[in-house]
Write a protein that binds this ligand. Structure first.
Ligand SMILES: CC/C=C\C/C=C\C/C=C\C/C=C\C/C=C\C/C=C\CCC(=O)SCCNC(=O)CCNC(=O)[C@H](O)C(C)(C)COP(=O)(O)OP(=O)(O)OC[C@H]1O[C@@H](n2cnc3c(N)ncnc32)[C@H](O)[C@@H]1OP(=O)(O)O
Ligand SMILES: CCCCCCCCCCCCCCCC(=O)OC[C@@H](O)COP(=O)(O)O
Length: 378
């Protein structure tokens, strides 16, 4: 292990990175709150400012992936579609099997210049995660409770609001599986597939079709295309956010197919059947990846950009300088009680950050997709 790799694996480095993320994130959240009155005067200006503020937070995690861990991201796609990425609004459909799949999604958004404005249909619980969840509130992220009776109106209303979103084309990410892949959830969801007479999937959970239908219906005329995206990692790696913090390098492969939105049927049942067929195709792509180690189509990889790193260095300077002064003052004062209080604050911060990282861990995944089916079966 080289010196750099050794340093990257040290807890102190992780503590510093988490401190920078947390403190700069809270500063950004505070500035976001200050933009509230602006929404009354100029909604579009408030949105533009919030896009850039969100970039300050999200790009730190992207920098950790691209620059700290050196993870490589390869894109397989049709070269004719490639020039359109980042230049049109699109609904992205992604498999939900990896703890850092959202981060790889963010990385591609960063490379196409739409990170700050990227959107997602997220479970409501994530709205309460400090920094990220609070930032999402100002980005008009669409939240769902995964209870259709409650979501049917709120999701549609939130999507309608996105129709006049200004510049900086957005990508709206939809994990149609609704939850992360686990063998148990897969088993349950395949029982549902069987009961509906649908072919079984090997690498995906059965997609939930209602959110997809409502998204397509509400974004017709605003989003130009569906980006059907299938993600996997080389050498059967199981990537984690802690691995990224430890400086572990992964290699992500993403296969993107651009499908014009008009080709999605308008009728609800046909739209659901279309999505099921799409997932059967995605399953085929994963099978090909398992067999050959690659997705179909040529590789057209966008390079990483320096902005995420520059942003990270900027915020590090902003928040580490006062911390350095404070620590120096504390040590020189020699006040045992104050030093003890600082140690307690540090421990609380690291526990808080560990909880946030825990949100990405599949081991701590919700029961969604197990409970509902179990109840249906009773
Ligand atoms: C060029 C660039 C390309 C690519 C870049 C890639 C990506 C980047 C883009 C953007 C990045 C932006 C942000 C990313 C950052 C962070 C994101 C991180 C995480 C957030 C993600 C989440 O939170 S995922 C969880 C929330 N999202 C969803 O759930 C979406 C999918 N769900 C739905 O659509 C649902 O329909 C619903 C939520 C709207 C409602 O759910 P509900 O459960 O109430 O109803 P359903 O109708 O879905 O369910 C009932 C029907 O389902 C059947 N059933 C029952 N059990 C199961 C089961 N186990 N599996 C499958 N189906 C089941 C049941 O029988 C019912 O069937 P019906 O026939 O009656 O419909
Ligand atoms: C510089 C880096 C510093 C590290 C900072 C760590 C901050 C952690 C931010 C937490 C972001 C949370 C995003 C989690 C996304 C996610 O993957 O959610 C899961 C849901 O889809 C499905 O949930 P489930 O039903 O439980 O599978």
């Amino acid at each position: 292990m080289g010196l750099l790799q050794f340093l990257k694996s040290q807890f102190l480095c992780h503590l510093i990175m988490c401190y920078v993320f947390l403190v700069s994130g809270l500063i950004v959240n505070l500035i976001q709150i200050c933009t509230l009155p602006l929404w009354l005067v100029s909604k579009q200006l408030a949105r533009k400012i919030n896009i850039r503020l969100a970039y300050c937070i999200a790009s730190q995690m992207v920098a950790a992936l691209e620059w700290w861990s050196g993870t490589e991201c390869t894109l397989y796609t049709d070269p004719k579609s490639y020039p359109l990425y980042g230049k049109e609004n699109a609904v992205v459909i992604l498999n939900h099997s990896f703890e850092i799949d959202f981060l790889c999604g963010w990385t591609f958004c960063e490379r196409f210049g739409v990170l700050g404005s990227s959107k997602v249909l997220a479970k409501k619980e994530l709205a309460y995660v400090p920094v990220i969840g609070w930032m999402w509130y100002f980005l008009e992220i669409v939240f769902c409770k995964r209870k259709w009776e409650e979501d049917r109106t709120t999701v549609a209303q939130s999507l309608q609001k996105l129709r006049d979103y200004p510049e900086n084309y957005w990508k709206f990410l939809l994990y149609c599986e609704g939850t992360r892949f686990t063998p148990k959830k897969h088993q349950f969801s395949m029982q549902v597939a069987e009961s509906k007479g649908l072919p079984k999937l090997k690498y995906h959970l059965l997609p939930r079709t209602k959110g997809f239908y409502v998204t397509v219906q509400n974004l017709r005329g605003t989003a130009a295309a569906i980006y059907d995206s299938t993600l996997n990692f080389r050498n059967n790696e199981v990537p984690t956010l802690l691995g990224i913090l430890n400086g572990k390098k992964y290699h992500a492969d993403l296969y993107v197919r651009r499908i014009p939105l008009e080709s999605v049927p308008e009728d609800e049942a046909e739209c659901a059947a279309w999505l099921h067929k799409l997932y059967q195709e995605k399953d085929g792509f994963q099978e090909q990846y398992a067999q050959t180690g690659r997705f179909p189509g040529p590789i057209v990889s966008p390079p990483r950009r320096p902005w995420s790193l520059i942003n990270w260095l900027f915020w590090s300077c902003v928040v580490l300088y006062p911390l350095g002064l404070l620590i120096a003052q504390l040590l020189s004062s020699g006040a045992v009680l104050t030093i003890a209080a600082a140690v307690v604050v540090c421990s609380a911060v690291s526990m808080g950050m560990r909880w946030m990282i825990g949100q990405t861990e599949i081991d701590k995944s919700s029961n969604y997709g197990i409970k509902a089916t179990a109840l249906n079966n009773n």
